[in-house]
Design a protein around this ligand. Structure first.
Ligand SMILES: *[C@@H]1O[C@H](CO)[C@@H](O)[C@H](O)[C@H]1NC(C)=O
Ligand SMILES: *[C@@H]1O[C@H](CO)[C@@H](O)[C@H](O)[C@H]1NC(C)=O
Ligand SMILES: *[C@@H]1O[C@H](CO)[C@@H](O)[C@H](O)[C@H]1NC(C)=O
Ligand SMILES: *[C@@H]1O[C@H](CO)[C@@H](O)[C@H](O)[C@H]1NC(C)=O
Ligand SMILES: *[C@@H]1O[C@H](CO)[C@@H](O)[C@H](O)[C@H]1NC(C)=O
Ligand SMILES: *[C@@H]1O[C@H](CO)[C@@H](O)[C@H](O)[C@H]1NC(C)=O
Length: 374
């Protein structure tokens, strides 16, 4: 940004000369630049390539063509043709692209803008795809390493200010419920649905509270989307599909309701706690029900994959199946592969999270969280 090298004082003189912008924008420009970092936690909706660095097999990795084909022009590890929601949020917040935490070279310099700990396949529970993902608790332990480095390098006072002005973004839970479909769902089946939701929310809440104890105040959440509309779920055989749809839909409604309630409680219990909750379920359903209104030609079938709805997760040919189909123009599709949105869809979601009105993103949107100073 052209003005980034100017001091606030120089910027004010420019303002006096032009008098186009109100002087208060000098203050917020300065503070935003200095303090509103972005820390990202969660699953494949947010993972920019952390899983490239863990010892696993390709199930939860996307570091091969055609992933990345439309924006980065190389496979970064993102489960998408292009950018993810946090990439757009960082851009709107005038931050650099937030790199995968595990890719960071040693040194705290990048961490003043934040860090991304998200891992594809991760859930709030350690039981969700154990050994193949970085679960939420481990993501939290990485965050604490960053906090330590910031304190050492900036001093306690400045680190505290950075952490309290930062925004903490979460996408977590889909895999805890998706995992209930896998062969090893013994943990799920040993609990009632209500208990299971309570455990998922309980573990998410513990992480939020821990970040709060470390100075975090502004939190953003993506609630669970309509998992039953994913090409990968549509592709299940009809007799299994309706059963799965009913169970998953019930679970994620319970989850989203419990999440809303928990966030309202945290707001009253924790002094200074502010949050933004994006109604992903409604926003995604709205697009699936009115594709052309949002510029999509295809919202049921994925751009990349095999079989009905291209719902078999073969995109890239590295997960057992070597053959797969790929659409010509991913921007016409809502889903890039069997379970992940295209960049076009991610951009629309990011815009709603950034500046959406309270019935979609509330009680605050991300723009107002970033602008608020603590
Ligand atoms: C990939 O992980 C799964 C689940 O842990 C395992 O069953 C499979 O053998 C692994 N495949 C390879 C090639 O390591
Ligand atoms: C299955 O889940 C249990 C927890 O219920 C866990 O201890 C075990 O490691 C899991 N096994 C595999 C193969 O993922
Ligand atoms: C967190 O999850 C574990 C299972 O991984 C469960 O035993 C524990 O009760 C959960 N904690 C909360 C606070 O819900
Ligand atoms: C569907 O259910 C049948 C019977 O319960 C089972 O044999 C089959 O493997 C299932 N198919 C899929 C794709 O899950
Ligand atoms: C791809 O589709 C988008 C959205 O419909 C359109 O704007 C764009 O021009 C298309 N690109 C190509 C290369 O056809
Ligand atoms: C939110 O309100 C706007 C304007 O009143 C309306 O167009 C939109 O459909 C509403 N969205 C939801 C999710 O209720």
């Amino acid at each position: 940004m052209a003005l980034a090298g100017l001091s606030c004082f120089q910027f004010s003189i420019l303002l006096l000369l032009s008098s186009l912008i109100s002087p208060t924008s000098c203050l917020s420009h300065h503070q935003n630049n200095k303090h509103a970092a972005l820390f990202i936690f969660g699953d494949s909706l947010f993972d920019p390539g952390n899983n490239n660095y863990i010892n696993t097999n390709t199930t939860f990795q996307a570091n091969f063509w055609p992933y990345g084909e439309s924006f980065f022009k190389y496979p970064t590890g993102r489960f998408c043709d292009g950018r993810l929601i946090p990439d757009f949020i960082a851009e709107y917040a005038k931050l650099p692209l937030i790199q995968p935490y595990l890719q960071q070279p040693a040194g705290y310099q990048q961490f003043v803008y934040g860090a991304n700990f998200a891992s594809s396949g991760a859930g709030a529970l350690a039981e969700t795809f154990p050994g193949m993902v970085i679960d939420l608790k481990t993501q939290l332990s990485y965050f604490k390493i960053v906090v330590k480095q910031l304190r050492q390098n900036l001093g306690d006072g400045e680190a505290k200010q950075l952490l309290s002005n930062a925004v903490y973004l979460f996408s977590i839970g889909s895999n805890d419920y998706g995992n209930t479909l896998s062969t090893n769902s013994s943990f799920f089946h040993s609990n009632s649905q209500d208990e299971y939701v309570k455990i998922v929310i309980g573990n998410s809440t513990a992480v939020i509270q821990d970040i709060y104890m470390n100075g975090g105040r502004k939190f953003g959440f993506v609630s669970l989307g309509p998992l039953g509309s994913l090409p990968g779920i549509r592709a299940l055989e009809p007799e299994n599909n309706s059963e799965v749809m009913t169970e998953i839909t019930h679970l994620l409604k319970l989850h989203n309701k419990a999440l809303s309630k928990t966030l309202r409680n945290l707001e009253t219990q924790l002094k200074g706690f502010m949050y933004s909750n994006f109604n992903f379920y409604t926003a995604a359903s709205e697009r699936i029900n009115n594709p052309s209104k949002y510029g999509f030609k295809e919202v049921k079938t994925a751009c990349c994959g095999t079989g009905p709805y291209r719902g078999i997760p073969s995109c890239g040919g590295k997960r057992g199946l070597t053959e797969f189909e790929l659409c010509k123009n991913a921007s016409e599709y809502m889903f890039f592969d069997s379970t992940h949105p295209t960049e076009m869809a991610n951009q629309q979601f990011a815009e709603l999270m950034w500046s959406g009105i309270p019935n979609v993103t509330g009680p605050y949107n991300l723009k107002s969280l970033f602008e608020r100073t603590h």
